[in-house]
Design a protein. Sequence first.
Length: 584
Amino acid sequence: MARKKRLNADAIIGNQGSCALGQDETKNHRGGIYQTAAYIRLSAEDSGKKDGYSLQNQEMLVLDYIGRHPELNLYREYIDNGFSGTCFDRPAFDEMMQDMRDGRINCIVVKDLSRLGRNYLEAGNYLEQIFPFFKVRFISINDGYDSTAPNSADESLIIPLKNIINEGYAKDISVKVSTALETRKKQGKFTGKYAPYGYLKDPADKNHLIIDEETKDIVKRIFQMRADGMSMSGIAAQLNQEGIPSPAAYLLLKGISKEKSFQNSYWNRTNVKRLLTNRMYLGNLVYGKEQSLFAKGITRHRLPEEQWKEVENTHEPIIDRKLFDLVQEKQEESRKEFFDRTGINNDYQPENLFRGLIHCSDCGGAMKMSKFVTTLKSGEKSRFAVYQCCRRKSMKNYSCPPRSIRKTQLDQTVAEAIRYHISLLMDTEKVIETLNQKAEMRQAVASLKNQIREMQRQAARYERMNTGIYEDYRDGILDESEYLAMRKHYSEEADRLREEIDRMITEQDSYAEDYRLNDTLSDLVRKYAEFSTLTREIVEAFIADIRVHTGGGLKIVFRFEDELKQLTDLAEKRKEKVQHDDTE
């Protein structure tokens, strides 16, 4: 049998000549090659299991499928490990959707529909609305579904039913898990992630608590200090001065937890209060503080204390009833005394607009909003709120210089900064839009279009050759090492060209005569351009962080600082180009 002619690999790799495809071949998915996302998800209850639903098996199945279909070029794997399918707020899924919106992928492959999600309405919305809108091909391997297949219209009638079944399965699991946990708690079994400070999980029975000999005396001491009249902030300060690790820091120190955020944890008023009011120290199991149930659409929320449930004598107590009750009386007396003296809770409830966003410039700790009442000479009460460093206020740690800022001053300063930020964005956008209408800019656009077309032809050529060498490898014309070397070269060149094309398309868009900011930023700027009153929603939209310095000085970090810099740089380049062309 005559031997087929072997391709000259070196000649092909070195040949940079033009081998253009027709425009119709490239306009949809670059020469018939789909840039493919492999999406893999494992739910929290299955995370780490060594069975047919493991991440490794999903990955092998999906990658093998992509590898057997030459028109599918793997762009990237997106893996969500330990995320429920009932919610679409998953980090890897969000990244995949952003890459879809940016045009980096136009095909998604999953093991089965349940990996996409188990929420019937949301999954259906993606399959029937979002993916078709972005012209994204969707493949579910085990379901035999391919949105580009001739029979996909018939399959689309089955898909909603499968989504309903997946959601029903998730709800069924939710009920079963909740029921099982409730039963174990009623039996006095501890099901929490970490044992309360002062206790450990019994090595012989993880649902039973035993006393931690290293920390039990610290718990007793904290209760006694409070019974003797020491304030909760004073207790926290004393423990920090003695170098006693806080509950979270202790978990990290002992290797019980690996949460890196715990390393910066200290004793403060909050964790001291939580410890002093915990009835677990009486030897009772307390549960039902929070409630959530997917099957009934109940999102996680905290319940009032009177609705909590308690099982007595489930483990050895650390605190006796007499001392515990004495401390609770102290807590109630302090609370009443504070409210009677200030009347703050009844008459003054300012909104904390900057919760989680305002920090001390020295220690990096959160700034806490505190409410104050003073009596004026006229006898009238003046109420105001102040942000103070938590470490200094709650832990009596004076390593940070005294610093504070009144809420009214902060609200006004941040509102003015956001208004200026919005004005600057809109003005710069207008400048670019005006400059883009110049003849010089239209010439630049024409040049860019020509460059993009040429690069698209080159990228299509590489992708076409990549498909061709697979057929030669399959037919025995190329051996494995030659095929892999050539495929690597073609893929790298195609990727390089695609990145350059994406960059140039973005640059081309910036020459539009009706130039606008990116969609997210543009929507925000126009939505809040004329705001009169600062709200939490506006703060979260524009502010990333606020640092307070001594004397009330502020450093405000905006969420879109990079975009603003790119915008102002672009405006300056446009101005320079017009001025340069005018002088020639």
